[in-house]
Design a binder for this molecule. Sequence first.
Ligand code: DQA
Length: 146
Amino acid sequence: TSLLILNGPNLNLLGKRQPEVYGHTSLADIEDLCRRHAKICDISCDVFQSNHEGALIDRIHAARDAYDGIILNAGAYTHTSVAIMDAVASVDVPTVEVHLSNIHAREAFRHQSYLARVAIGQICGFGAQGYLLAIDALVAHLDRKA
Ligand code: DQA
């Protein structure tokens, strides 16, 4: 089993960026936690971050036939990008949407997620731990399908 962990715009600044909202853990730390958790689950994971919508779309396309699942925190593109939603819908790779913050408790413009329409589920509000919950959720989902 191999998973792709995709992070979108501004998440490269995690740890420094609005720590009261997003916590003090850096993206490198989160990626490390994911790798360690994946190892415990006996699966592999690759990580990628980009501030560019098209680069994220290219990685989603490349995930077809290459990964069993995607964990996607698309940052603000969550709320704006029909193109990323369409990319996820186009590749037939189960995708879990993750947010560090509880987007439903924040500004109204963050309540809408285009990705929620195509993801198998959404995990938000649990900070960095959400990524590990997402790994568990994907592994369970893939086990059920196997
Ligand atoms: C975020 C929530 C988004 O609304 C925001 O634009 C982000 C981060 C989160 O992880 O909580 O960049 O996806």
